[in-house]
Design a protein around this ligand. Structure first.
Ligand SMILES: [Zn+2]
Length: 396
């Protein structure tokens, strides 16, 4: 059994220890020491990292009461000096103590019990056993939790025989035999836990709930405490200030400025649309004049450069108001589309023509006898397809 120095004093960053056993895990050397300040992954809290005699400790796990240190390289001495990565550890202590406080606040505000806890370098979450929490409940829990932080209450760890479990006023009954380790945030929260915690709730600094989302009948609450919350605030502040500078306003005027930009964008879009329609209208006489005279009808077959399917349909509709007109039109942007149409006074089945012409190209599409539309071919196939349709038309 390794003596867990982190239980005795979670603020101990360095220690000396005797090597009790050596081993290997997935090709990496491991050591078990008589005592250690390295926290082994458990209860939702990740392991510590650091060095043993200068050799990096990359993982720490508990096996049958022994703390196994997984090393980046060999360790030769029988007595070693260890140092943990204190920034990482203190972050875990802030997040973990913050979790106890937030979990208690969620019980008091919403009767929501924490069913799981996850802590990693990227996020801290608890899942609570309610499918839905209102924004008001979330805000109230966040406020209550921060009041418990600001009250700067002592965080005290005590040990009890497991039989006393029912009398300890624990937030959640643990599934433990033997000795119970109880972490109390003064009278605010009592919970059985094997993790590392700060000694005073004030050291949590700040608890901020970042996000809530449904999670298989529960609610997942993402939050951040202490330095993480400060870092997040700094990042958001920098982003807001940079946006405000780019747009030449104060940060509080950003919503108004962005709403105005969106409005201006919409006005510009409508104006472009109107100008484009005028441009299309001015093109119509030239297109109509370029139609080829055939026996019984005039044929316009062409790819419309720089126009989209909506423009193509508009042009077709306008040209087909002339009697005796057949149009075979195509566009390539943003994808290939083509439309076949004829004036009301003609008796040609454009839907059938479209299917016949498109068949060797595996084109998709269809429509009515007077107007059909297709697509699903490559840009290089568009002109051959239009030519084939013109040929079929000439032969019939
Ligand atoms: Zn804990």
């Amino acid at each position: 059994m390794t003596v867990k120095l982190y239980w005795r004093d979670p603020y101990q960053r360095a220690f000396d220890a005797k090597v009790m056993a050596r081993g290997e895990l997935q090709g990496r050397p491991t050591v078990v020491l008589d005592q250690t300040a390295f926290y082994a992954t458990s209860g939702g809290q990740p392991n510590d990292t650091g060095v043993l005699d200068g050799v990096p400790v990359i993982d720490v796990l508990e096996v049958d009461g022994d703390v196994v240190h997984v090393l980046a390289g060999p360790l030769t001495g029988d007595v070693v000096h260890g140092e943990i990565d204190w920034e990482r550890r203190f972050d875990h202590m802030q997040q973990h103590t913050g979790q106890h406080i937030l979990s208690q606040a969620l019980v008091q505000v919403a009767g929501a019990e924490t069913v799981s806890f996850h802590l990693s370098a990227d996020s801290v979450t608890v899942d609570v056993n309610l499918p839905l929490l209102s924004p008001e409940q979330i805000a109230a829990a966040e406020r209550l939790a921060n009041e418990a932080v600001w009250a700067a209450q002592p965080v005290v760890v005590s040990e009890h025989p497991a039989e006393q479990m029912g009398m300890l006023g624990l937030r959640k009954q643990p599934d433990v035999e033997g000795t119970l380790r109880v972490v109390a945030v003064a009278a605010f929260d009592r919970c059985a836990c094997g993790g590392t915690h700060v000694r005073n709730s004030g050291e949590v600094g700040l608890i901020h709930i970042a996000r809530c989302e449904p999670q298989r009948g529960n609610t997942r609450i993402e939050f951040m405490c202490g330095r993480r919350a400060l870092r997040d605030y700094g990042a958001r502040d920098a982003l807001l200030r940079s946006l405000a500078r780019d747009l030449g306003v104060g940060w509080s005027e950003l919503p108004e400025r962005i709403a105005r930009l969106a409005e201006q964008g919409e006005t510009a879009r409508k104006m472009v649309e109107a100008l484009r329609m005028r441009l299309l209208d001015s093109e119509l006489p030239r297109l109509a004049a370029s139609a080829e005279q055939r026996s019984g009808y005039r044929l316009l077959a062409c790819v419309l450069e720089g126009l989209d399917a909506g423009n193509m349909r508009y042009i077709a509709q306008q040209l087909l108001q002339h009697p005796g007109m057949v149009v075979l039109l195509g566009v390539t942007e943003p994808s290939v589309q083509f439309c076949f149409g004829r004036s009301a006074d003609l008796d040609i089945d454009m839907n059938r023509l479209l299917r016949q012409a498109g068949e060797p190209f595996k084109a998709r599409g269809g429509g009515k006898p007077h107007l059909a539309q297709g697509g699903g071919i490559g840009p290089a196939e568009l002109e051959p397809l239009l030519r084939r349709a013109a040929d079929i038309l000439a032969a019939s």
